[in-house]
Each structure stands twice: as C-alpha cells, then as structure tokens.
Write a protein that binds this ligand. Structure first.
Ligand code: NOJ
Ligand code: CA
Length: 680
C-alpha cells in the first residue's frame, strides 16, 4: 500500500469508494495486435498514475507498470492524470525494402493506440503504442504547450514489470568503466542490477522477451534498473550538463520496446526494431554504398606485432599499406582498413584524444600515394577516425576530414570512441569541456552529426565504442555497422579469450539491435598470448551468424596464405542477404542460421555451439525445391576438440536438395559453415 493510502486510511477518509487494499484501477484504452496475439491495456491507477499491462494470448507478460517523468524545471509528471480526449486506434500494414540487410522486404503490420492524457496542472502527455504479433513499442509524445515547452528530464519513470515469476536474464551491466564490452551474465531476473539493453529474459514457460529501445534520437539511452521482484525501471544515461535530457516540445521519446516470442530464434526473426524507425532519408544510398568485406592493418597491432603510433614498429607505413592493398586485390576484398595512419597516436589509446589530427598522415605514410595505388587496383581504403572519445577535438575537424576522404575515394570510415564511461570530452554551450557518457544525449546528437556529415560526402560509418544501436540504419543507411559489444579484439589481448558461449549470447542480445563489426575470420586461432576459444570452422560460421554489411577478414595475410582451404569460404561468403532464417537455437547454447545471398540464388548456413558439443539434425527445406545444389561444407572434424585440436576442420563437397537432411556434429566452441550453390 502506498504511503499516501496509509495516511488516508489513518485519517479515516478511505472507507467506501476505495477497496481496502488501497488500489484503484480504471482501464482507459486497449489495443490488440493484428493476429490477436498481444494485448495492451492502459489504465489510470490509484492517485492518477498511468500504467500499462501486456498480455499474450490471455496470459500476463507485463504486470502493472507505471509511466511518467521526473523533471528538473517543473514538478514531476507522474500523478493525477486523466484522459484529455478519447484514445484512438488504427491499423497499419505495408512493406518496405532494406537497401542492404538481412532481409530484402520487411512487413510492417501493427495496431496503433494513441492515448491523450493531461495532469491536474493541465499539462498534456500523449502515449503512442504500436502492437505487433511479435512485440510492441511505446513512446511518450510531449505536445506543443505553453505549460511545458522546455522539458528537462532528470529521470524517466517507465517501468517493465515481468509478470511470470522465476524468469532468468542474459544481461551486461550498464555504465561500467569498460562500457558495453562485457561478457553476458545469466542470472535470475531478481539478481540483475543496472542492465544495458537489449536484455533478454526467459520465463519458466519458455516465453522469451527482449527489452530494448528504438530510434534513439536527441535523447539519452535507457538502461534498466532492477527495482524489486521482477520490476525494472528506466534509467537514463546521465549528462555532465545537468538533466539527462533537455528538449523543446513538441517531441517524442525513443520507443521502449519488447520482443515477445515462444523461443529464442523468434526474438531474432522480429523486425520490430527496424519497423519502429523512420523511413530511409537517403534514397540514393544504393548508388554509393554496397556491402563489402575488408582486410586491414589491424590484427597485427592488437597482437602487439606493430604499433598504431609512428616509430620503428609502425603498422601504417606506405609499403605495408600497399602490401595489404595487393592482398585485398588478389583475393577479392573491396576494402583495406588502415589504422594508425594519422598523427596524434602517442602510444596510449586512452590519452590521445587531444592530439588526433584527422587530415594529416604520419611522415612514413603517403596517404595520397596509397589511395592512388588502391584505386589502380580497384580497392577502397577504409578511413579510420579514432577520437579517443574527444569529440571536442573531432567535431571541428570532421568536415575537412570527410572532404579529404571523399577526394581520395575513401567511402567508408571506421570511427572509434575509446574512453571509460564518463570519459567523453564534449564542448558545452559555454565553451567549457564537460565529461560526458557514451550513451547520453550529447553522444546521440554527435553520432547523428557524424552520420549526416558523412552522408553528404557519400561515406559509410562503422562506429566502435558507439552509442547503442536502435535501428537507425533504416533512416540513415550509411550508418552501416558498429561494434557496441565485446568483439574479437579481446581474443588478441593478454587475458582469457571470449568463451564459446559469448558469440551465441550475442546472437540473442546485442545482435537484436543491429549489425556488429565483430571482425571474424581469425583462422590462425592465435591471440597474443593465448589461443582463441573456438574452432576454425566456427571462425567461418561467424560470417553468417553475426550479421554486418561490412565484414572484416581480420587475420594476418600470412595466416590466410597458410590455410587456403578455410580461407576460400571467407572469400566466397557474401555480406548482403535477401532472406534470413534463424533455424534453431537457444540463448548461450547454439544458433543455426540460413541466409540467402542478395545477389545470387546461393544459400549459406552458419552454426555455432556454446561450451557443449552437440549434433544438429538439420532439414534443408529452406533451399528452393527442385534445385540441386553443390554444397561446400566446412565443419569440425570428428577429432576436433576445443583444447586439444581446434584446428581440425573437414572440408568436403556434396550434392544436396531441399529434401535432404544433415546430421552435423559441432565441437565445444565449434561451428559449421556451408555454401549452397545451385548447379547448372
Ligand atoms: C578499439 C576498437 O574496437 C579497435 O577495433 C581499434 O583497433 C582500436 N580501438 C584503436 O582505434
Ligand atoms: Ca572496442
């Protein structure tokens, strides 16, 4: 019972109108998904608080969860609400095309519910719900009104109260020093702390729910704070400049989303995240960006065999860059990433932000000559802008840097924001430097500034240490990829490598938000001091499993030369798909993908296991009926073993059709990759 109800009860004025428990609830609006799978109810409860519940085929998924805000410049907006006007519902059903992606055509089929509220002070607040069969999103809309024009948000009070007891979560903590590059924890929901999103939950009845947000524009990112029981509340990333978010009405918050599915693959197969973003603002994108694979001056630095900074071990020399260009040209890779090409690298990533110069190369790197050489070979240099998260230094240089890139034919740039949480350096309106957060409103604005400035010069952006992905690639499809989770780089460093379940966890958490530049393909399986915890076949499978329209072949050229068999799959695998099916999988245990090449009739299969070996029984009914395919199989050899023999790979060719089945054994940390090419 609330404190206020207790006081009322004590005062003896609480007798007839209100049940003894002190709870009142009046439903004010309802909506059902098109196939009648999900239902949302909005209510006014107790002292005028707004709440919502979600049910799935009659069973509660989200129990009473409250909505509202704490403001810095006005009384909080969370009680004494009533309907300002009747709620409206409408249905929507159409399809749109991704210019590149996992699926070509995406259906957008939902029921919309708009609720118009006002509080006792007459301040309006609207709620938009979009209810799909496989999930829902809702957002707040602050209407244009004199009573609340400048909106300073200290806290968003949005709740998510998971109804079915006994749920477990796969999550990483938000706001930790190492940002979002962490291993997933599997714990009862009741033991979660402050969770980054997407956070994935499984209930005892095997319902899977993934909580996240969509269209994070000019707002601060939302983490989920565990409050009590199975109740979470939004927690906005802070700002050093005061309130987490400052906006002028009218505006919308990002969508608060949950995908709800019967099984883990159902989470991945949802298009909720993309559908809740605005349509493409770059209609000519296909004329200037096409998905590609790339190699680069990269892994050698992570192995400590070369340095980013100039000096005797400098990786980005003219000669070395030309060697990589030759390697790319000889093996059909479009891109060559060159890190450490510019001045300002003084050894330590974390201390460099102030010195980085994005238009001047080191003396031993002839940028113009390398760009001309690449052009002569049909290869494209990928630019690198490591900012050290010092956007105060980067932003004033950005326009000139992209102009230079455009002039040299550099049409993709990898950005980087290496710094601890709270270590982003941004210039405030008064000219002072403020220390900001990677996921705050300042960075939400910064990333879109980068992406739109890059788009003007027809440049694609792949951001590392980025703000979280919320599906904005639909609106800005030159925002082609990002990191935003623990990638392959950790396998290079002197610490335990990523455990086998990590990449499986990614599929059902991080990958629900969008593409990841994981940088697969280290078939040498060798980090700086320790082996990678997985097999060679798994490194190949990752190209199919962890989607990105730009995929690196991350290993050293000499390591590929030493293993031409497995390398062939990396040369063959596309990075753009017309269809994707997550055929089988369980969070942390395994995932089996089939994807169809967007530019041919070929299919590709990629499967990875977690810590346990397993045998997959696989129907090939995704293949086109009546077509015979030459299947090139790259799988863990029967002698493969995570510790004793991770390099044992079996490569064989078979003729297969949609009527066939395969029984495939995957080692612990194992994988299988298959290319199906129609026979003529
Ligand atoms: C961290 C990035 O994830 C990595 O890919 C890059 O090489 C380094 N920062 C240096 O920019
Ligand atoms: Ca990183």
């Amino acid at each position: 019972m609330s404190k206020r109800s207790l006081q009322a009860l004590a005062a003896g004025i609480f007798i007839l109108a209100t049940p003894l428990a002190g709870a009142t609830s009046r439903d004010i609006a309802q909506a059902e998904s098109p196939g009648k799978v999900l239902q949302v109810t909005v209510s006014i409860v107790n002292d005028g608080r707004v709440a919502y519940t979600v049910s799935r085929q009659g069973a509660k998924v989200i129990a009473e969860s409250h909505l509202g805000f704490i403001l810095a410049n006005a009384p909080k907006l969370d009680r004494n609400f009533s309907e300002a006007s009747p709620a409206e519902t409408s249905s929507h059903d159409d399809s749109w095309e991704q210019p590149w992606g996992e699926w070509k055509t995406i259906r957008n089929h939902y029921t919309q519910l708009q609720v118009h509220l006002k509080d006792a002070k007459g301040r309006g607040l609207d709620l938009d719900f979009r209810v799909y069969d496989d999930g829902l999103g809702f957002r707040y809309a602050f209407p244009d009104q004199a009573a609340l024009r400048r909106v300073e948000i200290t806290e968003e009070l949005t709740e998510f109260n998971i109804a079915e007891p006994g749920a477990i979560a796969w999550w990483i903590p938000a706001d930790e020093w190492d940002y979002n590059e962490q291993l997933y924890r599997k714990q009862p929901v009741t033991e979660v702390g402050l969770a980054y999103t997407p956070m994935t939950v499984r209930t005892p009845s095997a319902l899977h729910i993934a909580f996240h947000e969509a269209a994070l524009v000019d707002y601060s990112a939302m983490a989920l704070r565990h409050v009590e029981g199975q109740l979470f509340r939004a927690s906005l990333s802070p700002s050093a400049q005061g309130p987490a978010v400052v906006r002028t009405a009218p505006f919308n918050t990002p969508w608060r989303t949950m995908i709800v599915a019967d099984d883990a693959p159902g989470l991945y197969m949802s298009h909720l995240e993309l559908n809740l973003n605005e349509p493409n603002k770059l209609p000519d994108i296909q004329q200037w960006f096409k998905p590609f694979k790339y190699v680069g001056i990269w892994w050698a630095m992570h192995l400590d065999q070369a340095s980013w900074g100039a000096g005797p071990r400098h990786g980005a020399t003219t000669a070395n860059a030309k060697k990589y260009v030759d390697f790319a040209a000889a093996n059909g890779f479009r891109g060559v990433l060159i890190e450490g090409w510019n001045t300002g690298w003084n050894g330590d990533w974390f201390a460099n932000g102030k010195d980085f110069d994005f238009t001047h190369a080191t003396p031993d790197f002839d940028l113009e000559a390398v760009a001309a050489y690449a052009k002569s070979k049909g290869v494209h240099i990928i630019g690198h802008h490591e900012t050290g998260a010092n956007i105060a230094v980067y932003e004033p240089q950005m326009g000139a840097a992209f102009d230079l890139d455009q002039r040299l034919g550099i049409d993709a740039v990898k950005t980087g924001y290496v710094a601890d949480q709270g270590g982003v350096q941004a210039r405030a309106a008064d000219g002072s430097i403020r220390y900001e957060w990677h996921d705050g409103q300042v960075m939400a604005r910064h990333h879109l500034l980068v992406v739109t400035e890059a788009a003007k010069r027809h440049i694609g952006i792949d951001a590392h240490e980025p703000i979280k992905d919320t599906g904005l690639r639909r609106t800005y499809p030159n925002w082609v990829s990002r990191e935003g989770a623990r990638g392959q780089e950790y396998n290079a460093w002197g610490q335990p490598p990523n455990p086998p379940e990590h990449e499986v966890d990614l599929v059902f958490t991080r990958m629900l938000s969008g593409p990841m530049d994981y940088t697969p393909g280290v078939i040498s399986l060798q980090g700086k001091k320790q082996p990678i915890a997985g097999t060679v076949a798994r490194q190949l499978a990752l190209y199919v499993v962890l989607y990105s329209p730009v995929q690196m072949a991350a290993d050293l050229p000499e390591n590929y030369a030493a293993q031409p068999g497995p390398f062939q799959f990396i040369k063959d695998v596309p990075t753009d798909w017309s269809d994707t099916r997550l055929l089988q999988g369980a969070v942390g245990e395994y995932a089996v993908f089939a994807r169809k090449d967007r530019n041919s009739e070929s299919w590709y299969l990629g499967a990875i296991s977690g810590a346990s070996a397993r045998t997959l029984a696989l129907k090939l009914d995704f293949l086109k009926p009546g077509v015979k395919y030459t299947a090139q199989l790259y799988r863990d050899d029967e002698h493969a073993d995570l510790k004793a023999n991770p390099r044992a790979i079996s490569i064989e060719q078979k003729v297969l059709t949609s009527k066939d089945s395969l029984s495939l054994w995957l080692a612990s940390g194992g994988g299988v990759a298959i290319r199906f090419v129609p026979r003529r």
